[in-house]
Design a protein around this ligand. Structure first.
Ligand code: C5P
Length: 305
């Protein structure tokens, strides 16, 4: 069901994947330095924000998305985004948020971050705050490492703990098979497993070969360049993912990768026909979707003004 209120603002935000996820040795603040390349792909959630008599969040699922793990209390990241913006700008009228979730939950696709980014954009519009993107980016970084990228979208590097985002030239249109698991993996647990398994360098870097592949639009070059330093940790915690990655490669995907901290897995394909063939081989392993990227970041679909 899509909930629509005439006085509301709806904003769409997309899932992210990491084409490269370089992870350094843990910092004193507990975060890890990242050198990542993000790409926004065409799996979308829509957040509608409308005036309400109390702060609240509700959620509906798009086909095939399991939302049982989405918190509907004050820990919900979208609700935290609305409350943060209200606190910073003296807004006292509560807002009711509704999430139409098309991004699989707890999978390494930053679905919660997308909700938060969309909420910042929606409430900025609803409350007529007139905040510029750099200001929203600052609030986004306070909410989570992936939230600034969800505002920006397309393809971008991420440094710091992932929150320092800069666009990169991407001349491709890339087709991904995305396979999600019903049971999530905890991001902090995956990073802790990474610490246990890896003696990481302090300063990870984005490989030049990956940036060159993006500029060229050459899918074989991109397939050779994508990598994820968290993958051994995700596979250590969830060994079955190895079978899924192998099955995708056996089904002729050009490359197979864990998305972020997992357990969602990604398979790079030539085009949507090729992706349909690869997808056909994988339903035994989870919910299978096909998405292309890059796509834009959080954007208003329908507003009141
Ligand atoms: O920033 P975010 O809230 O998404 O991070 C969730 C958790 O993931 C952190 O508490 C931390 O354990 C881990 N993390 C990390 N290094 C990063 C990003 C996240 O260790 N760069």
């Amino acid at each position: 069901m899509t909930w629509v209120d005439e006085s509301g603002v709806s904003v769409r935000a997309s899932a992210k994947i990491n084409l490269h996820l370089g992870v350094g040795a843990v910092r004193p603040d507990g975060f890890h330095p990242l050198a990542t390349v993000y790409q926004a792909i065409g799996l979308f959630s829509t957040i509608t924000a409308a005036p309400a008599d109390r702060w609240s969040v509700t959620c509906d699922a798009a086909a095939g998305v399991d939302i049982h793990a989405v918190p509907l209390d004050d820990s919900n990241l979208a609700l935290r985004a609305a409350r943060l913006l209200a606190a910073k700008h003296g807004v006292e009228t509560p807002v009711g948020l509704h999430i139409d979730k098309g991004i699989p939950v707890a999978g390494g696709l930053a679905g919660g971050s997308a909700d938060a980014a969309a909420t910042l954009v929606a409430c900025n519009e609803l409350w007529e705050l007139g905040l510029d993107r750099p200001t929203l980016m600052g609030y986004a970084a306070d909410l989570g490492s992936d939230v600034p990228f969800a505002l920006v979208g397309d393809t971008a590097t991420g440094h710091g703990r992932g929150e320092l985002v800069a666009p990169v030239e991407d001349n491709g249109s890339w087709t991904w098979v995305v396979v999600t698991s019903t049971e999530g993996l905890s991001t902090p647990e995956v990073y802790a497993e990474f610490d246990r398994l890896t003696h990481a360098a302090p300063d990870p870097a984005v490989p030049e070969a990956l940036l060159g592949a993006l500029r060229s639009g050459d899918v074989r070059a991109l397939a050779a360049a994508i990598a994820n330093d968290l993958m051994p940790a995700s596979l250590s915690l969830r060994p079955q993912l190895g079978k899924l990655l192998d099955a995708g490669l056996d089904a002729t995907a050009y490359a197979a990768l864990v998305s972020g901290s997992g357990p969602t897995c990604l398979f790079l394909c030539e085009d949507t026909d090729h992706a349909a063939r690869v997808a056909h081989a994988l339903p035994a392993y989870g919910h299978v979707l096909v998405a292309t990227g890059p796509v834009p970041g959080a954007a208003v679909l329908r507003g009141v003004h």
